[in-house]
Design a protein around this ligand. Structure first.
Ligand SMILES: C[S@@+](CC[C@H](N)C(=O)[O-])C[C@H]1O[C@@H](n2cnc3c(N)ncnc32)[C@H](O)[C@@H]1O
Length: 265
């Protein structure tokens, strides 16, 4: 069966399970907690919250968490996982199924978390900049934004300039034996504008042997540190720190990441 989906995350519940099996790192969450420090009872929004890897850990510290995501299977999984929280923390979790770019983010937040390369989910620099403007409008005065991306500068890096098919997420098995095999193949790129278009394809084999094929064309704009800096300043943020990793090392040109901690003034 051939299928098309608007999301690489939402065509089957097994994808959310596999996501949690593959992506369970804590170092970025610990870093966010370190930046929050001793502050208590913050109202925190995480657009692109997925299965709650970050959101639930922040809720477990007593903060009020609001999540937005457009993959219903991921949000269902987040909801199930929230039952592992003590009940006084679980009631502080509020999630919404929506396209983050086309929904209101509400306002009065202490912190907005744009973590884990979430800008890769957006196809253009305009969409990424809009996200930063929406963050500014949704924060209370004095509130903070955390933005964490791979570090890259200049034109499209060579690692993206490749027309060969390569293995992609989701690839692996879920617990019931559902197998997913995915590839990603560039079909077009623009080196100077740092844009790439991919054909993504997944073959999913159910435990009963039936096979489904999902395909999607997706565009990415790997964002640069300079762009994020520029958009933050244009939106009215004061950039307090740019880190190059989750150990609070100050950013330099060889840093693996560009992690912004900025404040609405
Ligand atoms: C790589 S996952 C990251 C999830 C989570 N932040 C984490 O660190 O584990 C990206 C998430 O963004 C969501 N997403 C992608 N585009 C979106 C959009 N336009 N609006 C809302 N969510 C979106 C996907 O459904 C997915 O759950």
């Amino acid at each position: 069966m051939q299928n098309t989906s608007n999301s690489i995350y939402d065509f089957h519940p097994a994808v959310a399970e596999l996501y949690d099996d593959l992506f369970f790192q804590r170092d970025d969450v610990d870093f966010i907690l370190k930046l929050i420090g001793e502050r208590r009872n913050w109202h925190i929004l995480e657009p692109f919250c997925g299965t709650g890897r970050i959101l639930l850990q922040l809720a477990a510290k007593g903060h009020f968490l609001y999540g937005i995501d457009n993959a219903s299977n991921f949000l269902q999984r987040l909801q199930c996982k929230s039952y592992l929280l003590a009940s006084q923390y679980r009631k502080n979790v509020d999630i919404r199924f929506a396209d983050a770019l086309h929904t209101s983010w509400s306002n009065d937040f202490h912190l907005i978390v744009l973590a884990a390369n979430c800008f890769y989910e957006l196809p253009t620099p305009e969409a990424q900049e809009l996200c930063i403007r929406k963050a500014y409008n949704a924060l209370r005065s004095g509130g903070f934004v955390f933005i964490d991306n791979d570090h890259m500068e200049g034109s499209l890096s060579e690692s993206w300039q490749n027309y060969n098919a390569c293995e992609a997420f989701p690839t692996g098995f879920s617990r019931d034996g559902t197998e997913m095999k995915s590839t990603r193949q560039a079909i077009w790129f623009d080196v100077s504008r740092r844009l790439i278009k991919f054909q993504r394809q997944t073959f999913l084999t159910e435990p009963d042997g039936s096979i489904q094929e999902f395909s999607l064309i997706q565009q990415k704009h790997p964002v640069s540190k300079l762009e994020v800096e520029h958009w933050l300043i244009n939106s009215g943020f004061s950039i307090l720190r740019v880190f190059g990793d989750y150990q609070a090392t100050i950013y330099n040109k060889n840093s693996p990441r560009a992690v912004f901690w900025a404040q609405k003034i």
